[in-house]
Design a protein around this ligand. Sequence first.
Ligand SMILES: [Fe+2]
Ligand SMILES: [Fe+2]
Length: 245
Amino acid sequence: MTTLQRAEAAEHALSQELDRVVVKSVLFTSGERDPRQPVTRPPDDGRLYMMGHDPRLPKMPDRPTLFDFFRLRFGPSAHLLQSARLAMKNGVEEKIVLACLLHDIAIAGFIRSDHGYWSAQLLEPYVDEEVAWGIRYHQALRFFPDESVGYRYPELYLKLFGPDYVPEPHIQEAYRYARNHKWYMTSRLITVNDLYAFDPTVQVELEEFTDVVGRHFRQPKEGLGFDQSPSAHMWRTINWPTRYL
Ligand SMILES: [Fe+2]
Ligand SMILES: [Fe+2]
């Protein structure tokens, strides 16, 4: 058996233990398999299909808050927490501390590719327009130095993408647009405080930002995902990633 076949067999065994059939979204497997091929489904054996909470995941409260998503759905958030703490230490405005805390939440819990845009879209209904704007464009600004604030092209990107990587035209265009925008510095300050050198000995707790979030994040009373905002469906998908529809 190949590694992929073994993984599929293990997954098949696992899904047989569930009392609901789980069919993964194309995006979850595209690249590992040819997305044009039909999805191979385990036999349902008369079981119903997944339409809500997946028992393999920790249960979310009925009215989930931002912090519930951090704790129960996002991957380790040390990068976000350490970046936000650095922003605080650097004495930037509170809303920029919030922007740093949330700038990569798409990577933490949703979709990595084009993460600035996804993060901004998730957050737009709940934060200042300027905060969401800054988060959207930090993705492009990360690739372009700004000596005026001591921001250099990240060493890490040389390692990750190689010395020959040149941002694609749409990223360059986004950069030029952001560079001339009145909120440029908001987005730039996210990149300045965007830490890639994690200090594994530094433990930052979410609670350190309770007040900042309380003041600058409009937590919906119905819970994130159940408030009919333009991005509520995205929060629901993070909550219930394996729903059939
Ligand atoms: Fe980022
Ligand atoms: Fe980041």
